[in-house]
Each structure stands twice: as structure tokens, then as C-alpha cells.
Design a protein around this ligand. Structure first.
Ligand SMILES: *[C@@H]1O[C@H](CO)[C@@H](O)[C@H](O)[C@H]1NC(C)=O
Ligand SMILES: *[C@@H]1O[C@H](CO)[C@@H](O)[C@H](O)[C@H]1NC(C)=O
Ligand SMILES: *[C@@H]1O[C@H](CO)[C@@H](O)[C@H](O)[C@H]1NC(C)=O
Ligand SMILES: *[C@@H]1O[C@H](CO)[C@@H](O)[C@H](O)[C@H]1NC(C)=O
Ligand SMILES: *[C@@H]1O[C@H](CO)[C@@H](O)[C@H](O)[C@H]1NC(C)=O
Ligand SMILES: *[C@@H]1O[C@H](CO)[C@@H](O)[C@H](O)[C@H]1NC(C)=O
Length: 811
């Protein structure tokens, strides 16, 4: 690769050699030519620019490379740890011996220390953003890609080497104004199998999960645009990792001052950046979140569980959500003769602490070997693409295991348990849990055991088959209810059963039986949707399962009429509680915080973790329903539009949603994306914290909406004044402030400034996360001058009960 590039450059150089004196402003610099403050080199494709810059207001000067179209985004800094503090004249040049130097007053402030030049060294800023030094004789003598800063550009390699001098990793800046080396490092680690880790002051805070032969991270991050590449040298010592890309897309990976990795791509207008993803993306990414032998599931409340056969080591701490103590075995192992294995599917493998790896061993040999070693606690296949061979074993506690989002993952681990702890079909305790785990029992020496095991095995197999068959029929069938059933359940659609009404028609409460209550949404118009389309949508939505989503049970079709049947929830909707003088006190701060977290989890599931990518488009407090334990559930997918996973943004001619919650680009241009949902979530968060409605908000000092009010308070450092007074007895200051800040980040005017849902969840849930400063919110204007509602051609805001839908005609 490097040599190919070199050939290209070399040819270009020979061609240019006649002209020899290059003027500054082109992409090359020859010996003795200088770059002074204000002068720059620009890559041929006009994407990158090199020169002196002053970050922030510090007054310090650095030599760096940035994107020409977005000069604020600096991708590399030469003298990051040697700032130029005064305003004296300085020059950057290539010395005759090939050293790159920054000189002030004849003294060298910074030097690249590169040497070995034979003649006429030339420095060039390549189209990739790589600054390279070449002469007529050899390969790159020096290149900036060998000295990464906080940004990885396509083609740049991260290198693992046991010699720290040869390692190449990213290091965060100290602050926005100070590019010197900060606390966070993003690097490759290779304990047997390579993986990416983030360190804070040398302590591991995140690991990607091991290279499995195909990818080195949660695969949902990869698509056609990004592909990871991993290169081992002959003796497996030097490993480098890079991203290969579609060249037509500008992209970068940056580790920020708070240790978050962000992947950005340049937007179509080439004047700003879209945030594609952030790592860590949820609390389960925190290294060792659930302690030894715990397992993290981001869609569960609480997120940590002990592995099957284990129980919390310190129960009171565990119950208070301090999971660091982890779990211990309920029953000790009975090695060598009484153990088996429990399969846990779709996991990020535990950390490579005590392990043993053999890449050629077969899977059954692996199992036998693990059984034979009494200190082996689990085994798995290291690679998902190696035809089933290879053996990875762990010894001791299993740390940092998590369930991966995304359904069809082949990363399964087999946890060693005594046979007595393995799930057996006759055990009612285990039946209830209904885990996706399967049991693999291993026959061992004792004859009695063999027959017992055989019986159990047959039983398990039979049960598994039955379950699979049940699941299959579920997949295919439209979950539908007969009209007669629904009519009976709703007392023949009696007026008294109506619990809400909106643009799409009335919602009825119904009773299927004495226990089973349902909510029936009767769609008044067919919305031009064909029967097949409707049916498919119902099948899709009925498959969504998350503790923070209202469950769609099925549908009912009667002639032209269509109805959706949902689970019924008792505590009404969030707006019914938080905006009411008396009922608001039911929701103390800890409850409200849980509600906020729950909504964010539900939204993350819709955006990212369900098999579809779903934009809700009408998230608002009245669409959040609460169950008996005040667990929030997002409802009303009537407006949801499914996205294909690779689609970032769509545009609609028919804007449907609710004013006060709609993002500017959606309300005005009809553009909706995950970021318009993030905006709505921001409004919901601020409403929950303040107990006030965004729409209809009044303040004696100004005419701003709740959003503007929140931002003004934030800027005045009085954010806490936004909080509902009724929380005075229960609030936790840092949490409230964090929620307000996250709310403000979500409602920022520009969609690209808003975080994605995974970052929202991370920022809300992570005590230590350093958050960026919110910019101006959308619709920040006093309503006396420009009324936001002016953009509403017809608005039919409704009505009674919990469901409000506003429809707009196409513009
Ligand atoms: C660079 O400057 C040195 C000393 O000033 C001189 O000897 C040398 O010839 C110059 N090189 C080029 C390529 O102009
Ligand atoms: C290269 O040249 C620079 C400037 O002339 C000088 O300061 C430096 O010591 C030289 N480096 C080597 C290794 O000779
Ligand atoms: C170059 O060498 C000097 C002296 O050894 C050292 O202080 C400086 O940090 C080096 N520069 C770089 C960029 O490594
Ligand atoms: C690269 O991206 C462009 C524009 O998005 C697309 O047209 C092209 O097909 C992509 N090429 C590859 C190889 O994916
Ligand atoms: C790995 O397993 C294979 C097959 O069992 C065996 O031949 C080989 O010696 C093992 N390698 C090591 C290093 O244990
Ligand atoms: C596990 O036990 C084997 C012998 O069965 C021993 O060789 C190995 O060192 C032990 N490993 C650990 C991590 O204790």
C-alpha cells in the first residue's frame, strides 16, 4: 500500500522536478522553503490544509492539519506538547537533512527528528491528510500517519507491539483549547486475541471485545462505508488495525477529552459533520460493569444479572445497583466428574485475563479439554469464521461479559457449572425465567450419570424442538383478533370505554378476560395503506419486545376497518402525572430519573437494537405510558416509519407529529431522522425535569418557550431553577443538572450537533461522563416576534385523554 502510494507520488515528483521552486499554497514544500503564520499547504483534492493555528482563546500557536472546509476540525498537530506561547515570528520548514522543524529566532522549538535523506527532500500533504516526506531514493522517510494524535483517518494504522516505542495509538487532547496529550488513550491490545481498548490514565475503561475473525467490535457499527482491517506480521507480533473506506466519503474517528470515541462523516453540503456513532455507547460498555461473573444486558432493568448458577456476592450492594462486587457460585464445581456447560448466546466474550488459546483444536476437543482442567471456567470458539475449529478457554472469574445487541450473533460461550445447577425442565424456578440459554450436558465417567444425563438431554432436545416450532408459527402468523372478540371486549365499542381520541381515531379500553386488559385503537381512515402493507407492519411491530415499549398484541380487521390491539397500562400517561398539581408528587426525582432512563432505553432499542431501525416521529409525554411500577413504556407507533439500517435520513411530504416536540428540520422541511427523535426526547426530558409543558409555557420576564427558558437559565448558570419545586425534597443535584444538560444537547438547533441515542443514554447514565456545552436550541426566538405556530397550516390538536395527534397537510 505504502509503496504503491510512493510510486504514484514519486512519478508526480519527477514530473514536477523541473519546476523545483514550489510556492506555498500548493501541496508540497521543498528543502529550505518555509511556511510562516498565515501561509498554508493544501492537499490536491482541497480537503486538507496545513498551517499554524490558534485553538480557542488560549493564544497558543500550533502547527497542524485540518479540513479546509471545516477549519475548526484539526486532525493532526505537530507540536502538540510544545506550544508556541508568544507571538514572535515562527517558521516551519524541511531542513536539508530531512528534519521537519519549527523555528523561532534561529532556535528549534520542535523537530520531527527524521533523518536519512540523501537529496532534495520534499514534503507533501496527500489527499488522505497524510503529511509525508520523500526524497528520490526511498519510501516515505517520515509520515504524520505514524504519529497519530486524537484522530484516526482512513488508511492510518494503529499498531500493537510489545515494544511501546513502536506502538501507535490515539491520545485525546487535554481540552478543546489544548491539544497536548490528555488522559485518554485508544489502542490495540493483544492478549492472545487482539481487541481495542480505551484507557483513562492507564486504567482500562472500555474494551471492544476480541477480534473474531471478521470484526473487532459490535458489528452493527459496520456497513458498506467502513470496513475494519487487521494485519498480523509473520510472527504474530506486530498487529495493525485500520479502517478501509469508500474513498468518496470523508470520515474520521476521534477520541474526545472525556474519553468518548466518535465516528463522523462529512455531510453532503461539505460544511459540517454527522455523528455516526459513539463508543462507549451504553452503560454495558463500561469495563467490568457487572463485576466478576456478572453479565450485562442493556435492555434489562437493572442491566446487571449474575450468570446462571451464580448469585450476588454482596447482596445489599447489588440491590443498590453497585454491581462491582460481582457474583459467586451458588454450588461449588464438582470437578472432575460432575460438571457440564451452559450455553449463553450472542455475547461479548469475557476479558482475556486468565486464558488459553489453541487455534487448531476442534470444538469437541476444546470441551473435553476444558472439562479435564478443573480451573477452566468457560470455553468458546475464538473465531466465527474458522469452520468451527479453535479453542479459547478462560480460567478464574469471567469479567466484562455482555449480551451483544443484534440478534444473530454467533459468539456463544459455554459456562462451566456443576450438573446440579444446570437448568432442568422440571425445575419450576427456571421455567419462569425463560432464558434463551440452552443446556449442553457432558457425559462423564460415571455410568449412572450418563443415563441421567441422557434422559435430561432427550427431554431438553424435545422441549427445544417444541419451542422452536412454536416460535416458527409465531413468526409467520399475523397475530389477529376476531371482530366479535374485540366488540365484546369493548362493550360493543361503547362511549364509556373510550380512553383517548386522536387524528387516527378513538382508543378504547377492553377486557379480553377478567385479567387481560387491552387498549384498542380504531383507525378511522385507511391512510392509503394496502392490506399487505398493514399486515406486514403489524407483524413487524408485534415482534418488538422491550420493557420500555408498549406491546402491540395484534390487530383486528373487519372489512375496511382496521384496529390495533395493545397491552393496557394502568397509570395512564406521563403528561397526566407530571403536569398535574396533585399527581405530580407521585413522581419523585429518583422515579423521574428512572423514567427518563427508561424512555432513552426504549428509544435506543427502536433506533438501533431492534432488527429494524425505527424512527418514532411522535415522541412526547402523552405517548409515554406508565405501568403499575411507574416503568415507562413508549407507545403509539402509528407514525413510526421503519428505516433500512443504512439509511440516515428521509424526507416526507406529509409532516405528522406534534408541535412543541418536533425538531425544526422536521417541522419546517419535513426531514426526519433519528436526530429528530433525539430532539423530541430532549423536550420530554426538560418537561419531566421542570414539570412544565413546552407548549403554552409562560414566563414573566420573556416570551421564550420552555426550551429557550431552559437554555437561558443554563447560560446564566442557574440550570437548577428549571427543576419542578415539588422535587425539592428528593432531587440529586448532579443528576438533575446532567439531565438538563443532556436535554439541552438533544434540542440543539442543528441535527448534526445533537447526540445519537446511544450517547444520550451513556451521558445520562454515566456519572463521570464529561458533556459538551450545549449550543443554541431549535426554535430559539421570542414568540411575540415570530410565533412558532405560524408554520402550522392546519393544526387539529386534540382532545380528551391521553392521545394527541396533530396532522399537517403537505406543504
Ligand atoms: C538550503 O540552504 C543551505 C544553506 O543556507 C544551502 O547550502 C542549500 O544549498 C540550500 N538548499 C536548497 C535545496 O536550496
Ligand atoms: C538536521 O538539521 C537541523 C537544522 O539544520 C539540525 O538542527 C538537526 O540537528 C539536524 N539533525 C540531524 C540528525 O543531523
Ligand atoms: C526529537 O528529539 C528531541 C531530543 O531527543 C526530543 O526532545 C523531541 O521530543 C523529539 N521530537 C519528537 C517529535 O519526537
Ligand atoms: C461509494 O459511495 C458512493 C456515494 O455514496 C456510491 O455511489 C458508491 O457506490 C460507493 N462505492 C462503493 C464501492 O461502495
Ligand atoms: C492445539 O491442538 C492441536 C489439536 O488438538 C494439537 O495438535 C496441538 O499440539 C495444540 N497446540 C498447542 C500449542 O497446544
Ligand atoms: C490450570 O490448571 C492447569 C493444570 O490443570 C495448570 O497447568 C494451569 O497453570 C492452571 N491455570 C491457572 C490460570 O491457574
Amino acid at each position: 500500500m505504502a509503496s504503491f502510494l510512493f510510486t504514484t507520488i514519486f512519478c508526480a515528483l519527477i514530473y514536477l522536478a523541473d519546476f523545483f521552486m514550489f510556492s506555498v499554497g500548493t501541496d508540497t514544500l521543498s528543502a529550505n522553503q518555509t511556511i510562516a503564520d498565515g501561509q498554508t499547504l493544501i492537499s490536491q483534492n482541497q480537503n486538507f490544509e496545513l498551517g499554524f493555528f490558534y485553538p480557542g482563546t488560549s493564544g497558543n500557536r500550533f502547527l497542524g492539519i485540518w479540513y479546509k472546509d471545516t477549519p475548526d476540525v484539526v486532525v493532526w498537530v505537530a507540536n502538540r506538547n510544545d506550544p508556541i506561547k508568544d507571538s514572535d515570528e515562527v517558521f516551519f520548514k524541511v531542513a536539508e537533512n530531512g528534519s521537519l522543524v519549527i523555528i523561532r529566532d534561529e532556535t528549534i522549538i520542535w523537530s520531527s527528528n527524521s533523518t536519512g535523506v540523501t537529496s532534495n527532500p520534499i514534503l507533501q500533504l496527500l489527499n488522505t491528510g497524510n503529511l509525508v516526506l520523500v526524497d528520490k531514493t526511498s519510501d516515505f522517510l517520515w509520515q504524520s500517519f505514524d504519529y497519530p494524535g486524537d484522530t484516526r483517518l482512513p488508511g492510518m494504522r494503529m499498531v500493537y507491539n510489545s515494544n511501546p516505542g513502536l506502538e501507535k495509538h490515539l491520545t485525546s487532547w487535554k481540552s478543546n483549547e489544548n491539544p497536548s496529550s490528555g488522559s485518554f488513550i485508544y489502542r490495540i491490545e493483544n492478549q492472545g486475541l487482539p481487541e481495542m481498548v480505551i484507557l483513562r490514565d492507564g486504567v482500562k475503561i472500555y474494551r471492544s471485545g476480541t477480534w473474531n475473525g471478521v470484526y473487532i467490535n459490535v458489528p452493527t457499527f459496520y456497513n458498506l462505508v467502513y470496513k475494519p482491517g487487521l494485519v498480523f506480521d509473520k510472527d504474530n507480533k506486530l498487529i495493525s488495525f485500520y479502517d478501509s473506506y469508500n474513498n468518496s466519503i470523508l470520515t474520521r474517528l476521534t477520541i474526545d477529552q472525556s474519553g468518548l470515541l466518535h465516528r463522523y462523516t462529512m455531510n453532503e453540503r461539505k460544511d459540517g459533520w454527522n455523528l455516526v456513532y459513539t463508543i462507549p455507547k451504553d452503560p454495558c460498555d463500561d469495563y467490568g460493569k457487572c463485576g466478576p461473573n456478572g453479565i450485562c444486558r442493556v435492555d434489562k432493568v437493572p442491566i446487571c444479572e449474575c450468570m446462571e448458577g451464580f448469585a450476588p456476592k454482596f447482596k445489599p450492594d447489588w440491590d443498590f445497583q453497585d454491581w462491582s462486587g460481582g457474583c459467586t457460585r451458588i454450588t461449588p464445581l464438582s470437578c472432575p466428574n460432575g460438571d457440564g456447560f451452559l450455553e449463553v448466546t450472542g455475547v461479548k466474550y469475557p476479558a482475556m485475563l486468565g486464558f488459553w488459546l489453541n487455534t487448531s483444536m476442534s470444538f469437541s476437543e476444546c470441551r473435553d479439554e476444558c472439562l479435564r482442567k478443573c480451573n477452566c471456567t468457560a470455553y468458546a470458539q475464538p473465531y466465527i469464521n474458522n469452520g468451527g475449529s479453535g479453542c479459547l478457554m478462560w480460567f478464574g472469574d469471567l469479567i466484562d461479559t455482555r449480551v451483544l445487541p443484534g440478534a444473530d450473533m454467533n459468539q456463544n460461550i459455554y459456562i462451566r457449572l456443576p450438573v446440579s445447577e444446570l437448568e432442568s425442565p422440571s425445575d419450576p424456578k427456571n421455567k419462569k425465567k425463560n432464558r434463551p440459554a440452552k443446556v449442553v450436558l457432558i457425559s462423564v465417567a460415571s455410568g449412572i450419570l450418563i443415563s441421567v444425563v441422557l434422559c435430561v438431554g432427550v427431554f431438553v432436545l424435545a422441549r427445544r424442538k417444541r419451542q422452536a416450532a412454536e416460535r416458527k408459527s409465531e413468526d409467520l402468523e399475523l397475530p389477529s383478533f376476531s371482530f366479535a372478540t374485540i366488540a365484546a371486549a369493548t362493550n360493543n365499542f361503547s362511549e364509556e370505554n373510550i380512553i383517548g381520541e386522536g387524528g387516527f381515531g378513538p382508543v378504547y379500553k377492553g377486557n379480553l378476560s377478567s385479567e387481560e386488559e387491552i387498549a384498542v385503537k380504531r383507525l378511522s381512515e385507511t391512510s392509503g395503506q394496502g392490506f399487505e402493507e398493514f399486515k406486514n407492519e403489524v407483524i413487524l411491530f408485534a415482534k418488538l419486545q422491550h420493557s420500555n415499549l408498549v406491546r402491540l398484541l395484534g390487530c383486528c380487521i373487519n372489512g375496511d376497518e382496521r384496529m390495533l390491539i395493545y397491552e393496557y397500562l394502568h397509570n395512564k400517561s406521563l403528561d397526566y402525572l407530571i403536569f398535574d398539581q396533585n399527581r405530580r408528587t407521585m413522581l419523585t426525582w429518583p422515579k423521574r430519573y428512572d423514567v427518563i432512563m427508561g424512555i432513552a432505553r426504549g428509544m435506543l432499542y427502536l433506533h438501533q437494537d431492534s432488527r429494524l431501525k425505527i424512527i418514532h416521529r411522535d415522541l412526547k409525554t402523552s405517548n409515554i405510558l406508565l405501568d403499575e411500577t411507574l416503568n415507562p413504556k413508549i407507545s403509539d407507533f402509528g407514525l413510526a416509519r421503519t428505516f433500512r439500517g443504512d439509511q440516515f435520513m428521509a424526507r416526507t411530504r406529509r409532516v405528522v407529529g406534534t408541535y412543541g416536540y418536533m425538531a425544526p428540520e422536521y417541522a419546517i422541511d419535513g426531514k426526519f431522522s433519528v436526530k429528530s427523535d433525539v430532539f423530541s426526547l430532549g423536550v420530554v426530558i426538560l418537561e419531566i425535569v421542570s414539570g412544565k409543558k413546552n407548549r403554552g409555557f409562560n414566563h414573566r420576564d420573556h416570551h421564550h418557550s420552555l426550551l429557550g427558558h431552559a437554555w437561558l437559565l443554563w447560560k446564566d448558570n442557574k440550570a437548577l431553577e428549571l427543576m419542578d419545586e415539588c422535587l425539592n425534597d428528593s432531587f440529586i443535584e448532579s443528576q438533575v443538572k446532567r439531565c438538563i444538560q443532556v436535554g439541552l444537547l438533544c434540542i440543539q438547533k442543528l441535527a448534526e450537533d445533537r447526540p445519537v441515542m446511544s450517547s444520550v443514554l451513556f451521558m445520562l447514565g454515566c456519572e463521570g461522563a464529561v458533556l459538551s456545552e450545549p449550543k443554541e436550541p431549535g426554535f430559539f426566538m421570542e414568540r411575540s416576534s415570530v410565533d412558532v405556530e405560524n408554520v402550522t397550516p392546519t393544526s387539529k390538536d386534540s382532545i380528551r385523554g391521553t392521545i394527541t395527534i396533530t396532522e399537517l397537510e403537505p406543504r
